[in-house]
Design a protein around this ligand. Sequence first.
Ligand code: E4P
Length: 219
Amino acid sequence: MRFFIDTANLAQIEEAMAMGIISGVTTNPSLMAKEGIKGKANVMNHYKTIAGLVDGRDVSAEVIATDFEGMKKEGEAFAAIADNIVVKVPLIKEGLKALNYFRTKGIRTNCTLIFSAGQALLASNAGANFVSPFIGRIDDIGWNGLSLISEIYQIFEKQVLDTEILAASIRNPLHIVESAKLGADVATCPLKSIEALLNHPLTDKGLAKFLADAEKLDT
Ligand code: E4P
């Protein structure tokens, strides 16, 4: 399972790139707003900057329009920014039309706001390259987000669909490890969830012992 970083924060993207563990970036309007990006030109520039930072890796840029014509226009403008832009489209009827259109144009897509296996199946058939099931938001309402990853994986395997499963709305390291076990192709994670994977008390204890013993060495 590959990692994407789920942020529009340039410093965090650079940090994750330096760690050598990410294969892409996902953003959404909320993450862009969090960075204080305002106005269409600034949004486009910010996507261009991100696309340039990640050396050809995927960058999902989300459309704001909810009608087919609007999504088509926004998505084509995003796709013209750089070859590594993936157009992110919400799972609504107009979104399916947009996915189908982008498929005919060779523009790669990520279908977002997936909360059921049926929605994932629709998105895949409409041509989505990625489906993004939102694990954390499902957990937030007291359901089991990870079971959706499992359900989509079973369907895509059985039906031999090549749409990739992009586990999204990740809240903790367990979401990441379990998504990998259940067959997600990618998990898009905030930097803090990725960094939480580093932690183990035995690593800290072991390193402290090595460092203490290193002081005894004749160097
Ligand atoms: C990624 O593509 C999604 O937009 C993101 O993971 C949503 O996460 P959230 O539920 O924490 O906002």
